[in-house]
Design a binder for this molecule. Structure first.
Ligand code: ZN
Length: 270
């Protein structure tokens, strides 16, 4: 009798941590995973910038919102000869979309850059910002806004609730009714970026703790030194992602155990 009770206790003790973790962890959400598929024309150092950019977005946005079911986002990345230094830099965006849980999300995407421009960007130190910026477009920044009802083309008014609430606080504009969207710069720039003074050469006067909006990563004119605002991160929450800031940490468990037990949770839910 005593032996049986001990056995039952031991079994319960083994099961308890897994059960607790399933409740406390974000295991029910699909993780956001970017797989960069290099299809030629990029040096090893350039490829490593893509990998770093993917890791940055995955760490800021570790999951999709609960209920979304989607495969990892595969991005085909290549360097190609377009028109030499200057002129056309390249193109980037989603290639196929997935509809899940009321959102339109990128299923696959591509990023192509002029080989001559890649060399220059690497030399002048702005390649990391460019790759981060273009990868954000593949993930939906500016490209899936209208599909997800956070922006009406031509309005200049981004109204997604999470980014707008964060913008009011982050840029100390409590009365803002929208996040201003760029309308200048022609097609490819207008309607797909946060607003800044056309040409990117002047301060906007809208200032966060990290600097003027002029230096934000997702404006239409790039700066070699730029920052990712909380507003940008929350704009992804508006279109189906979950930010690291919103994910509760199962902090009391050892990380190696967390990994193993998360797998169990996923298996059970699959
Ligand atoms: Zn852009």
């Amino acid at each position: 009798m005593e032996n049986m009770r001990n056995k039952a206790m031991a079994k319960w003790n083994l099961l308890l941590p897994a059960a607790l973790l399933c409740l406390a962890s974000p295991a029910m959400a699909t993780p956001f995973v970017i797989n960069v598929n290099f299809t030629g024309g990029l040096t090893a150092s350039q490829q490593s910038v893509f990998t770093t950019a993917a890791n940055t977005w995955m760490s800021l946005l570790p999951n999709y919102q609960t209920g979304i079911s989607i495969s990892p986002l595969t991005i085909n990345a290549a360097g190609v000869n377009i028109d030499g230094p200057g002129g056309v830099l390249g193109s980037a965006g989603p290639n196929s979309l997935v509809s899940s849980s009321g959102f339109w999300l990128a299923g696959t995407g591509s990023m192509q850059f002029d080989t001559a421009d890649l060399t220059n960007l690497e030399t002048n130190g702005s390649l990391t910002a460019v790759i981060l910026h273009e990868m954000a477009h593949v993930m939906g920044f500016g490209t899936l806004w209208t599909s997800n009802n956070v922006y009406v083309n031509g309005s200049g008014h981004y109204t997604g609730a999470n980014a707008l609430a964060t913008y009011r606080t982050e840029f100390n504009l409590p009365g803002a009714a929208f996040v201003p969207v760029e309308l200048g710069g022609g097609s490819g720039t207008a309607n797909g970026h946060w607003d800044e003074v056309d040409g990117g050469g002047s301060a906007t006067g809208r200032v966060s703790a990290l600097g003027d909006m002029q230096f934000e990563l997702m404006t239409g004119w790039l700066n070699s030194s730029s920052y990712i605002s909380k507003t940008t991160v929350q704009s992804f929450v508006d279109i189906g992602f979950a930010s690291a800031a919103d994910v509760p940490e199962p902090a009391t468990l050892a990380s190696f155990a967390t990994g193993a037990l998360l797998l169990l949770c996923f298996k059970r839910l699959a």
